[in-house]
Design a protein around this ligand. Structure first.
Ligand code: ADP
Ligand code: MG
Length: 376
């Protein structure tokens, strides 16, 4: 573990939200504190300090981090989600959606993926979880998922059974990307499990510095339904990422399926007298403050050849539409064959349904812009 330099601890070229919010006063107020699980300001900032290109630059080690270190977390949260904390009560809305498909003829949208991040009560988050607790988390979730009824019935694969695939670094997959992108579901049946599982890779250098990759690949794995439309990543950045995905742009159907699966999972945890970590003013809790609230990222893989040549236009449009763009293979990866991952950026202060509505409306506008540029 490196020693935390005295304030100012970030390098001159760092641009993270944590850096912009950390004053000397806050630093001195927090530097000697420790949560019940032993998480310190040092631990929270390590990734942002070691990686000057971090955009958030801070992780929580447990639910208590958000209280004990609120002097730094709150301003980061308010800046990222563009809200005032506790200015309105957290609302959840999973009522069935029927937004129109923004691309019914499938000219642009390749696939839709909606995920929520969740963490179990009673355990620290991934940056400091012990290997024993990580294993317990895996067992609780794996047992629950293996008993889930159709249409979510499926199979859990531990990452250590497929080291070659799970270990692929982001941006370096040996599986032909064109095939993945053109049409995931048309990939040969017997190989589809490999394609979808390959999305869960060992964490990047940001997660590495945060401690999230310790003991890799122990107690990590992917549950996948037999139809491949529902999956869950165990012990990636959070205890569980619950994912609904499909080819095309039927965002409502993907959302409604996620709502059903989540309801089953939550009721089962309730029956076991446990549940997901939550705070009244922050909603669902996650290791990264960008995931608080709904913890939902609803996105599409969309091919935009014209906007690929005008990335500045796409970036400013996305910002205006409260969307974010990522590379084809996830956060901090390159855009390949002009295929962007575009998703909602705000997760706290909005409902789940609103996350999807923002995506739907925004994607309609982006497609219209792409069409205009094609005709220009
Ligand atoms: P998150 O943290 O939301 O899970 P990441 O960016 O860390 O997102 O990783 C997402 C993974 O899922 C990547 O491998 C990416 O290629 C894949 N992915 C993201 N969006 C889609 C989509 N709409 N269709 C298919 N795959 C997707
Ligand atoms: Mg991620």
């Amino acid at each position: 573990m490196i020693a935390l330099p005295s304030f100012p601890c970030f390098s001159a070229d760092a641009r993270s939200l944590a850096k912009s919010c950390l004053t000397k006063e806050i630093y001195e107020q927090l530097i000697n504190l420790e949560t019940g699980y032993g998480f310190t300001l040092h631990d929270a900032l390590r990734s942002g300090i070691q990686n000057p290109d971090s955009s958030i630059g801070i992780y929580a080690g447990d639910p208590e981090s958000y209280d004990l270190f609120s002097a730094i977390f709150n301003p980061v949260i308010e800046k990222y989600h563009a809200i005032k904390i506790a200015s309105r009560p957290i609302r959840s809305d999973f009522t069935p959606a029927d937004f129109p498909d923004p691309d019914p003829s499938r000219e642009y949208i390749i696939s839709t993926r909606i995920r929520v991040a969740r963490n179990l009560n009673g355990f620290p988050f991934t940056p400091i979880i012990s290997s024993t607790d990580r294993k317990k988390v895996e067992e609780i979730l794996m047992r629950l998922l293996e008993q889930i009824e159709p249409p979510f019935k499926g199979h859990y694969t531990p990452a250590k059974e497929y080291p070659g695939i799970f270990d692929q670094k982001k941006g370096n997959m040996h599986i032909p990307q064109d095939k993945v992108l053109q049409n995931r579901m048309s990939f040969p049946q017997e190989k589809r499990h490999i394609l979808l599982k390959s999305c869960f890779k060992k964490g990047d250098r940001f997660q590495d510095s945060a401690g999230i990759n310790r003991d890799w690949p122990e107690s990590r794995g992917v549950f996948q339904s037999n139809d491949h439309r529902f999956s869950a990543w165990i012990n990636e950045e959070d205890h569980i990422r619950i994912i609904s995905m499909d080819q095309g742009g039927n965002i409502s159907e993907v959302f409604n399926r996620l709502a059903k699966a989540l309801d089953i999972i939550e009721r089962e945890l309730d029956r076991q007298q446990t549940g997901f970590a939550w705070k009244d003013h922050l909603g669902y809790l996650a290791a990264c403050p960008s995931n608080l609230g709904t913890a939902m990222r609803a996105g599409v893989h969309i091919r935009l050849p014209e906007l690929f040549r005008r990335k500045d236009v796409l970036d400013s449009e996305a910002k205006r539409l409260r969307l974010q763009t990522r590379g084809t293979q996830g956060e901090k990866t390159e855009v390949e064959s002009a295929v962007f991952d575009i998703s909602n950026s705000q997760r706290l202060g909005v409902t789940e349904r609103e996350c999807c509505e923002t995506l739907c409306n925004g994607i309609c506008e982006i497609i219209e812009l792409e069409r205009k540029l094609q005709g220009a």
